[in-house]
Design a protein around this ligand. Sequence first.
Ligand code: IVH
Length: 667
Amino acid sequence: MSITYNQIQALRDQLNDHNYRYYVLDDPLISDSEYDQLFRELQKLEADNPNLITEDSPTHRVGAEPLSSFGSWTHRMPMLSLANAMNEDELAAFDARVKKGLDTEKDLEYMAEPKLDGLAVELVYENGFFVNGSTRGDGITGEDITQNLKTILAIPLSLRKNGQKHPPLLEVRGEVFIPKDGFKKLNRNQEKEELSPFANPRNAAAGSLRQLDSKITATRPLSIYCYEAGMIEGVSFDTHEDFLSTLKEWGFPVNPEIQKVTNAETMVAFHRNLEAKRDSLPYEIDGTVFKVNAINQRNALGIRSRSPRWAIAGKFKAQQATTKVQDIIPSLGRTGAVTPVARLDPTNVGGVVVTNATLHNQDEIERKDVRIGDTVLIQRAGDVIPEVVKVILAKRPPDTQKYQLPKECPACGHEVFRPEGEVVARCQNLSCPAQVKGRIEHFVSKTALDIDGFGEKLVDQLVDKKLILTVDNIFKLNFDDLVNLDRMAEKSALNILTAIQDSKQTTFARFVYALGIRNVGAHLSKVLEKAFVGDIEKFMNAAAEKLETIDEVGPIVAETITTFLSNCTNTDVIESCLSLGLRLKKVEVPKSLLLQGKTFVFTGALTQFSRNEAKEMTEAHGGKVSGSVSKNTDFVVAGPGAGSKLKKATELDIPIISETEFLDMLK
Ligand code: IVH
């Protein structure tokens, strides 16, 4: 059956409507999985009818080709910052200042908003279509992150039809953030993938927006609230309130906490109220913002240096308290990190009773000189584990005791290892009982051996019933072991056995990654695979000096690997996996070493091959591709329209070649 433009557009409108209901109205009609189903339906229809695809289709949100760097974007109007009011008196002083500036004694209208703790961005719409998005940068020039912003479902790719013609130019500013629950999920995932967790939602949002590969950004739970305008042509607003309500009609999410206030008293009340609500909001805020509502009054007040005279940010009190350290104990994380934790006299910090605070690591204990018996200042920030900020030395009693982290793992007694230059001590024992579940979850995860159906609940049961002590035990599981577990049907047991069997045909890179050696992530495992041509025996016997000769392996990683492999429990586990049938596929050796040791940067619009192909070709001949030009670059391959990188290459005197010349090098 042939499909018409109207039919496919109806499906696009439907998806856009669901997004609007979810992000703007906060009133979804369908579940996430129903949304996914409609989305896949549209993907299929568009794949079958490529001539009917539109620029603003929701299917354009899954990420585009990776960039080698971000372009820069000069804002048509500078993105200003806000002056701060540190306390309630300073808020009142702001109101007085504004009144004086407008030469009035009467109450004024302000829009009171939460100050979101994310990253300011600018979204540009031309004739209703999203055409560009950028970071704030220094306020004058930011980075062009259009591709990344397109992946954020809360950002409309085209304006909703609200009965009027869309402005030829509309610049909207807002704050991109990661909600608290999305942040928790993201960090659980980071940990599973053996990647360092993000310190807080703001850092996670910043890291996500800075990805050159927008497909990665697309996997991050980013959202946005819009709150200001840049340049607008074709429409004007009398008040900020009007602007915000039109933003909602156009399809932009606007923070639901925003209210109108009229004087110092109501400003302070809003500020106190929001501070009390802070922990229960689903996203992080760090204060309030008050903005003069009438646009003509704003214009009359103007700007002072980099911030407008018509707005102010009200800062929240730091979430700190003092209490006494009862004891310090080592705590073992899922990934083997041994962290010192202070047990505290329970104390209320901003409405939450805190009994433990992290001391991070031994260096931090020493730097802050925290001792058992000390009175300390602790700090809580959102959902992050409370931490000890400093000792109140004036309150130190004479009998405090210094603390040293034990040299042995608190769970298995195995020696803990702290690589030189690293602050965190870790237990690297593959059979450490406290880490077994985490190690198994990692071993079976997607990037590792990818054993389907091997979820957290199954791991819990298998470990609790002592059916698995180390990862190699997975390959010894039989039908009876599985079928006797809770809620395990015969069919599922058989499926899992098949998945285990299938996982035995794997690659060196997957297996080495699966072992969970500290510092050896998915990328480095591939580097090692190449260096050892997939030979696990050679890898197991490699000395630190040999490892250090590998590009990208430094002394710290080399030491982590050799310490891991010098533990015979670990090598026994590897041998056992191999004797239970694990097979590592042969590795393709590079076609040639023509480009060995050479680093290439590809820039401009490539016409003879894609960026991915360029990378593949370079690597197949032993070379490397980098995203930015530096003194370590050997060649810059420039296609039409190359800009700043070409300039940098000329400055650094780096040879610039054409795509044809690059292809000639491979002959
Ligand atoms: S208005 C002219 N509104 O605060 C004022 N900013 O210090 C421009 N921010 O860069 C900003 N929530 O990242 C405004 N409701 C809000 C905000 C907000 C957070 C951030 C934003 C900006 C910084 C200014």
